[in-house]
Design a protein around this ligand. Structure first.
Ligand code: PEP
Ligand code: MG
Length: 582
């Protein structure tokens, strides 16, 4: 028997084996039929009842949201409820029913097509994904009109335990209801790494692959699947040898993780006695429990832009303040590096309050993002700065500025902070007068001038995700140019090396908080290049610690320099392999 393999993008790591449950539900079968004039009012009433039933269903889903579900998922449901209040979905179909004298299902379909075509024309990748929201809401209305009732998985049930879900697409409401069922993995035909399902799967720690095109054509209900989310591969009805191999791999993963947990209290220190600062990256509340489980000594990157998402207005100073206080408390007051908001590009509020110039930009990643947006729109930024300063009186907090390109930006921020500090001093509002302020090196211009930034800032942190995007001129969310994403490219390594050296020269710490720091294969190279601070996803922290504790820096330096100077990537890769088996 040959094993069929399907490919996609692994968005939440791990391996799962199980029976598949198919969810085929997108685009309902609809057809147009004429409604006689005297029956039009009745048809409109049927449509209005469907809308109110859809609202009832979503309110009931909202009631079932389990405690601890990431806040952004709950807000997706709110977004769907808001859409059911919007005239585009509530009034326009009524006009269409009247004008075309057609059935409600058809009117909803016409309106859906109009809305989706508007989203399709948007340049912004995040906003384009919002067309999925239109589909999720329209499908719900259609299902009610066609009297198809609720999806099986919307009724809490246990028969899905251990199942792998294969779906064309999953709405946030679907995922919320399914997280109770002990799902082993998600395989989704559509979507990319920035889709809502990907975000949720990652925070739930469920192995998931998206973009597995036409998978529903090749898989039947109950088929046995292996989901290798590390490789982005789904194996359908695997032969016994492959199955055995993956069962073994699952056991190895469990054994490895059990071994790793013993390292949680250990210091991160190399074999030749160099102490390494190993911290965690956080974004959702869900991450806090892993941070504690692995006993991270600090947070090197707290992405605060998530606080700004899926809401109709930006957070107030008080809301920022309360969130930061709560975060520090929940993390037992370990040192926290709070990055001021990095909205823009693929990360938007979702409702557009931040700026109209963002979504209309042809190259949003090169536009009003992060510190640029903050300086342009002080109403978004100042409440955050004030809250950070106030919170700094309560615990070990540092502030980090994202996406710096010029020293002038640093000066501008410093002058705003100076004004706030003055006001607080006059009013007797407590804050840490010695609050440390650092900057992210993620724009090549800043890396080249890292020595200058090092003279102004208290610390630097290298954001390789953006540093690679901007150095190689590749859009982070465009899979067509992903092949150019190569941390070993000499241009990238030089920029990293320059930044580390600039920190040394000016005696300030330099960390790395981009994904490269959490990739096991680059740890020794980075140690060899002089990096002494890593901030990684908490789920990878112990593995990175194991590698650090198993490395001797003196043995790495010469080889790391050879990789830095390698002219050809296959040589660099060979050298990296040899560094990793030292
Ligand atoms: C980075 O760019 O490497 C980084 C850590 O920031 P973000 O991924 O949030 O842009
Ligand atoms: Mg970045």
């Amino acid at each position: 028997m040959t094993t069929l393999s399907l490919h996609g993008v692994g968005v939440s790591k791990g391996v799962a084996i199980g029976k598949v449950h198919l969810i085929e539900r997108n685009q309902q079968e609809t057809r147009e039929y004429q409604i006689e004039e005297h029956l039009l009012q009745q048809e409109i009433a049927r449509f209005k009842i469907a809308i109110s039933l859809a609202r009832q269903q979503l309110r009931s889903v909202r009631l079932h949201i389990p405690h601890g579900t990431p806040g952004n998922i709950a807000s997706f449901i709110e977004t769907h409820l808001l859409m059911l209040e919007d005239s585009a979905l509530v009034e326009e179909p009524v006009n269409i029913i009247r004008e075309r004298q057609c059935n409600a299902e058809w009117a909803v379909k016409i309106q859906r097509d109009i809305l989706v075509s508007v989203f399709d024309q948007m340049d912004d990748a995040y906003l384009r994904t919002r067309k999925d929201d239109v589909d999720h809401v329209v499908n719900r209305i259609q299902r009610i009109l066609l009297d198809h009732g609720l999806e099986a998985h919307e009724v809490p049930d246990t028969h899905l335990e251990g199942c792998i879900i294969l779906a064309e697409d999953l709405s946030p409401a679907d995922t919320v209801m399914m997280q109770h069922h002990g799902i082993a993995a998600f395989v989704i035909e559509h979507g990319g790494p920035t889709s809502h399902t990907a975000i949720l799967a990652r925070s739930l720690g469920i192995p998931s692959i998206v973009g597995v095109k036409r998978a529903l054509r090749y898989v039947d209900e109950g088929d046995m699947l292996i989901v290798d989310a590390d490789a982005g591969v789904v194996l359908v009805n695997p032969d016994p040898v492959i199955l055995e191999h993956y069962k073994q791999r699952q056991l190895d993963i469990i054994r490895y993780q059990t071994e790793l947990i013993h390292l949680k209290e250990a210091a991160a220190i190399t074999l030749d006695g160099i102490e390494i600062e190993l911290q965690a990256n956080i974004e959702l509340e869900k991450d806090y429990s892993i941070v504690k489980k692995v006993c991270a000594k600090g947070v090197g990157l707290y992405r605060t832009e998530y606080l700004y998402m899926n809401r109709v207005a930006p957070p107030s100073e008080e809301e920022h303040y309360q969130t930061y206080i709560k975060t520090m408390e929940m993390l037992d007051n370990i040192p926290l590096t709070l990055r001021t908001m990095d909205l823009g590009s693929d990360k938007n509020s979702g409702t557009g309050y931040e700026s109209t110039s963002i979504s209309t930009s042809v190259n949003p990643a090169l536009g009003l993002r992060a510190i640029r947006l903050c300086l342009k729109e002080p109403t978004l930024f100042e409440p955050q700065l004030r809250a950070v300063l106030r919170a700094s009186a309560k615990g070990p907090l540092r502030m980090m500025l994202p996406m710096l390109s010029t020293l002038q930006e640093v000066r501008d921020i410093f002058s705003i902070i100076k004004g706030i500090k003055q006001e607080f001093s006059e009013k007797g509002i407590p804050f840490n007068t010695d609050l440390k302020i650092g900057g992210m090196i993620e724009v090549p211009a800043a890396a080249v001038c890292a020595d200058m930034f090092a003279q102004y800032l208290d610390f630097l942190s290298i954001g390789t995700n953006d540093l690679i995007q901007y150095s190689m001129a590749i859009d982070r969310v465009n899979d067509e140019v992903n092949y150019l994403y190569d941390p070993l490219n000499p241009a990238i390594l030089r920029l990293i090396h320059m930044t580390i050296n600039a920190g040394r020269q000016h005696n300030i710490p330099v960390a790395m908080c981009g994904e490269m720091a959490g990739e096991p294969k680059y740890v020794r190279l980075l140690l060899g290049l002089g990096l002494r601070e890593f901030s990684v996803h908490p789920a990878s922290l112990l593995e990175i610690k194991r590698i650090i504790n198993d490395s001797k820096v003196v043995d790495l330096e010469a080889k790391a320099l050879q990789i830095l100077n390698a002219k050809d990537s296959s040589f660099a890769n060979e050298m990296l392999d040899s560094l990793n088996i030292l």
